[in-house]
Ligand binder design. Sequence first.
Ligand SMILES: N[C@@H](CCC(=O)N[C@@H](CS)C(=O)NCC(=O)O)C(=O)O
Length: 207
Amino acid sequence: MTVELYHGDGTRSLRVRWVLEELGIAYTLHRLPFPPRLKQPEYLSINPLGSLPFLIDGEVQLSESMAMCEYLVARHGPSPLTVGPDDFGFAAYRQFCWFGEATLMPPVGTLVRYLMMTAAADRPAGVVEAARDSFAQRLKAVSRGLEDREYLVADRLTLADVSVGYVLGLAALLGESDDFPAAITAYLARLRGRDAYRRAAEREGQR
Ligand SMILES: N[C@@H](CCC(=O)N[C@@H](CS)C(=O)NCC(=O)O)C(=O)O
């Protein structure tokens, strides 16, 4: 029995697929049209939320991408992708794992909604500009985290990079990367250059 991942190109399931590839775990990928809630309503019988990603591992069912990443590493590790409580950088590791989804992602989610899913004429005035400002402000925490480092914490790829890196890649897909600070552009290129990322992003248009 392999891990099953319900996946949509460009969605947060890239985080999970990337971790599966980094860990070298065999998995079954169910590629769904987006949004599956509308385009494949029978998916609601598997995940009533209708959201992607969704992970099944035996009895385990999860609908939060970072919970899936943490679960996979804990269940199928050990792996250098985590930072333990006694390791250097543990607090920053926890911070960036949450920051990527809870703080950096919301303004980019707004951009997805209004740039990709809403006709220009239907966009409320100022909403895109406000989201861009918020994203740029929040990006400063990533710049501070990187400083002279190649990865956010512990001098190696961890789930903190998976959490934050997905959001940076999505912003770049939206055409929002022109104003990235040079260190963030280099960081994103470093993440995208990893073999596991390339395999995970296959057919995502992100290579
Ligand atoms: N916090 C959740 C968010 C899941 C989520 O909202 N996924 C988006 C795609 S990235 C989605 O499926 N949206 C369409 C919908 O909810 O119908 C996670 O990290 O997995």
